[in-house]
Write a protein that binds this ligand. Structure first.
Ligand code: NAD
Length: 488
């Protein structure tokens, strides 16, 4: 079952911000892996465009280093690196001026070539770049643009950005990236839900007790302090990544696996979200690690704002008002400097209506765990009899659907989210990208939550580095007889 890689059509991909952190860590190493996998024809062209004082030779050397550092390949073949670097060129471009645009334009085009422009720059430059692409004749009807997050910081700014981009490009040319959607397990979640008869009949409030979505990081804000302090966990994580996971879990089966059919269903979920009550929200801010403060300072020290009220953690109890989910809470939480790095979804099924095994057999629940990282995979917890003598004692064991263990590892091609999504752009498939109305609907739900905090002068609760967030986040579930599930 060796995967068949079909090369994509010829393309010219311009990466604005081609010397930046994201380009060096994710985009170009990802493109290199696709090159090694045989997905790019040798005539593909990748053009780095940024403000940096570099020429093509200097840029190739920069990317050679980036591949060595971030390539994530067991062995890197220097010959393949050389061949890949031949696809690269560099143009010094000023997104706010005229420098470099004529040269960039002269490099583009050719019959039948796909033209894609990746905006890997700060969001304040998105509109300027779109405008200049049009001015310099590069915004053809079949050109594609890829827009990084954050897409606005509230409904108003997201709407303005959508309007600006719509001046130059049609919706079917705009690829708004949420790299969570490019993860293998996220797509496998859709395969499990809609490719099996087993789960769908149980996938509703009649059988599901509640759903937990956790995205926890062990790192702090690091070098992103200035940006993060103006954003916080709600804007940085919940409005986009957690919201997308929630949509995929909660949406109705689309009529087909096509971009608009999937995105229509996701949009319906966002529109059916209830406003969140203040006592269903817990905000937190990490404290310095007492014995290791210089290495792990508290949030306020790290962002250089001693009075900051920005949350580095948030937990929410969310409800969806529709036939499928009315009455089933979704608990969302995300935070930095937590005890472990984990992105996972847990679908916790209800108790059996009656236990024939008596009190001593204990309470057992089926839990479907979908892990996005680390160790991507899906596990279904089922209850069985504990082997051996001594009566009917029940235990929960995982039915493991991890690809790495179930499938032959040599046959699995691990594809990073970014490389998958960039290839989707070249193929013209928008299924795993957010549509403009989806982003706006997500902000429409998020804005009142943030405005509520501002109106109440809400101060985030402190939590210890290496913990699971403020204790109130446990209380959010405990008062309803539930708890955050730990990996079994
Ligand atoms: P960065 O600051 O490391 O790089 C910015 C790039 O933009 C550089 O190449 C710089 O030369 C270029 N640039 C800046 N001003 C310019 C101008 N006037 N004209 C032309 N080029 C200009 O930023 P980054 O971390 O690579 O992030 C890029 C985008 O991706 C941002 O929107 C960010 O929010 C988003 N993003 C980044 C990450 C990440 O892990 N770094 C993750 C998710 C999203």
């Amino acid at each position: 079952m060796v995967s068949r890689v079909i090369p994509v059509d010829q393309f010219d991909l311009v990466i604005f911000g081609g010397t930046g952190d994201l380009a060096r860590r994710k985009i170009l190493p990802g493109l290199f892996r696709r090159f090694c996998a045989g997905q790019m024809l040798p005539e593909a062209r990748i053009i780095g465009a940024a403000r940096s004082d570099l020429d093509t030779h200097g840029y190739r050397e920069m990317i050679r280093e980036a591949i060595a550092e971030f390539g994530e390949l067991s062995a890197i073949d220097p010959e393949q690196v050389d061949q890949f670097l031949q696809l690269l060129s560099f143009v010094k471009v000023d997104a706010l001026g005229d420098e470099g645009w004529a040269e960039l334009q002269s490099l583009m085009g050719g019959t039948g070539r796909i033209e894609a422009y990746y905006f890997s720059v700060g969001p304040s430059l998105f509109g300027d770049i779109a405008e200049r692409l049009q001015k310099w004749g590069m915004a053809d009807a079949d050109a594609r643009i890829v827009v990084e997050k954050p897409f606005g910081r509230d409904l108003e700014t997201a709407r303005a950005l959508n309007q600006t981009l719509a001046t130059y490009f049609n919706e079917d040319q705009i690829y708004r990236i949420d790299h969570y959607l490019g993860k293998e397990t996220v797509q496998n979640l859709m395969a499990v839900r809609f490719g099996n008869m087993l789960f769908e009949p149980l996938w509703n409030s009649q059988y599901v007790d509640h759903i937990q979505i956790t995205v926890a990081e062990t790192v702090g804000v690091g070098g992103r302090g200035e940006y993060y302090d103006k954003s916080g966990a709600m804007r940085d994580m919940v409005q986009n990544h957690l919201m997308q996971l929630l949509c995929l879990i909660a949406m109705e089966p689309p009529s087909q696996f096509s971009p608009d059919a999937v995105r229509d269903e996701k949009l319906k979920v966002i529109r059916a979200l209830d406003p969140v009550l203040p006592h269903h929200i817990v905000r937190g801010q990490y404290q310095a690690e007492p014995c290791n403060e210089p290495e792990n300072p508290g949030y306020r020290t790290e962002v250089g704002n001693p009075r900051s009220r920005t949350e580095s953690f948030v937990a929410l109890r969310v409800e969806i008002s529709n036939w499928r989910w009315a009455g089933t809470p979704f608990y969302l939480r995300t935070g930095k400097r937590m005890s472990e790095r984990a992105s996972e979804i847990r679908v916790v099924f209800k108790d059996t209506p009656h236990s024939i095994f008596g009190e001593e057999a204990g309470r057992h629940r089926n839990v479907l765990s979908i892990r996005l990282q680390p160790n991507e995979g899906i596990t279904l917890g089922v209850t069985i009899k504990e082997p051996g003598p001594g009566g009917m004692r029940l235990i929960d064991v995982p039915l493991d659907m991890s690809f790495a263990e179930t499938l032959d590892p040599d046959d699995i091609e691990h594809v990073d989210a970014y490389e998958r999504l960039i290839m989707d752009v070249i193929r013209g498939n928008q299924t795993l990208f957010m549509r403009g109305d989806e982003v706006e609907a997500a902000w429409r739900w998020t804005d009142p939550i943030i405005e509520g905090w501002q109106a109440r002068n809400d101060v985030p609760k402190p939590y210890e580095t290496g913990s699971d967030g403020p204790t109130d986040a446990n209380e959010l579930l405990r008062r309803e007889g539930r708890s955050w599930r730990k990996e079994t």
